[in-house]
Design a protein around this ligand. Sequence first.
Ligand SMILES: Cc1cc2nc3c(=O)[nH]c(=O)nc-3n(C[C@H](O)[C@H](O)[C@H](O)COP(=O)(O)OP(=O)(O)OC[C@H]3O[C@@H](n4cnc5c(N)ncnc54)[C@H](O)[C@@H]3O)c2cc1C
Length: 410
Amino acid sequence: MTDSPWPAPPQGTCGLPPALEVEVAILGAGIHGAALARELTLRGVSCALVDRGEVGGGTSQWSSQLLHGGIRYMLTGDIRQMREGLAERATWARIAPHRCRWEAFWMPHRFGLEGLAHRIGIGLYDHWGAERPGWPPALHLGHVPRAAFEADPRSIQGPFRGATAYADLMTWDRELTRDLAASSGALRLDFHEPEGFEDAGASLKALRLRDRRDGTARRLAARRWVFALGPWTDGAMAQWFGESRKRLRLSSGIHLWFDAVPGCERPWAIRRPKGRILFVIPRDGMLQVGTTEREVDDGWVPILEAERAELFEALGACLPAIPWRSLPVRAEELGVRPLVAAGGVTTHLSREAVLERHARFQNLTLVLGGKLTTARALMDHLATDLTGIRCEASRTEPLRLWDGQPAEIR
Ligand SMILES: Cc1cc2nc3c(=O)[nH]c(=O)nc-3n(C[C@H](O)[C@H](O)[C@H](O)COP(=O)(O)OP(=O)(O)OC[C@H]3O[C@@H](n4cnc5c(N)ncnc54)[C@H](O)[C@@H]3O)c2cc1C
């Protein structure tokens, strides 16, 4: 792991004292770390949220920004993951309505039988996902009327004959992560570099940190530790504890952002080979297109020309009436998915999450894999496990907005 790819910290200071003590120290302020901080706060347990960068500055700002059941699990047959995602989708719509927008996604089909299969699959998806708090009645699901389909420039000259609409929830991933952090009373130690751990043989005791903004040294003591380091987990475990075992396989995905294309009003989810989906999503006055899958070996990797070319090729083949290659790409981003390497082999499409109790340090848990959609539920489960306290409010208590201010020491 090199330091260079990490964004430089902003100006300023942290204001926290040099010695800190909490019940639970969380390393990694992505969606998992931030969600756990909220869960612990709801249970009245003190915690600290440590990150080398900014809150929500890792994978949790480069996702496709969908809180979803995963329509493609209908194809891969992973119904359990799908139903879990659908249930969680409703929870997010309840606790973070300000960060959620329901949409009717169109899934186009090439021929009649495929359309029938989509209608059956989507019918089940929307039946199992019928709990949709705040659903706008103007959005229509199921068969897309021919006139509406033909009015969309994506239907012109392409291979598709019609479409079926299904429901899913769009979000703003980095802002959602920040709201979770803001909804916690965690000591916020962002832009802090972990420099070394103190342990007592079978348990971690404290962490020495350096504030990357002004060089201040701090010591954080905790009874329990959770590492939610996303795709950087293996690198950190090697650096801190000399562990060579790979817990994750990493898969990059890119998105391209174009100016809005007139007439492209609904998001499209286009089935591609190997159970993959090409999303073409109008949002925030632009058109977001993604995503790809390439196995990589670090959380920071550049976008390859081949990845761009793959997206352009798919766009050209599926939606030929739009002159994609002459449209300026306004922004592009790459995120790295942390996929669990179950028994050393990652199931290509699995987005399963694992909570690993560390073999040597019994007070350390690692969060491996996962998705935005299921992060709250997974961290609810972990917080119950760590504290012995169940918390119904986790599923109902509205999130607070991120205000950028550090939480006060309690
Ligand atoms: C292209 C793409 C599309 C996706 N689309 C979706 C989607 O539509 N819906 C969905 O539900 N999920 C989606 N996902 C999955 C989802 O984005 C991730 O699973 C999730 O964001 C991972 O969150 P995390 O908290 O585990 O990791 P991260 O968000 O990566 O958080 C880890 C944190 O650890 C910090 N860190 C790293 N190393 C150190 C260190 N040494 N010391 C201190 N801090 C450190 C990082 O700065 C980072 O903030 C997508 C992922 C990708 C890549």
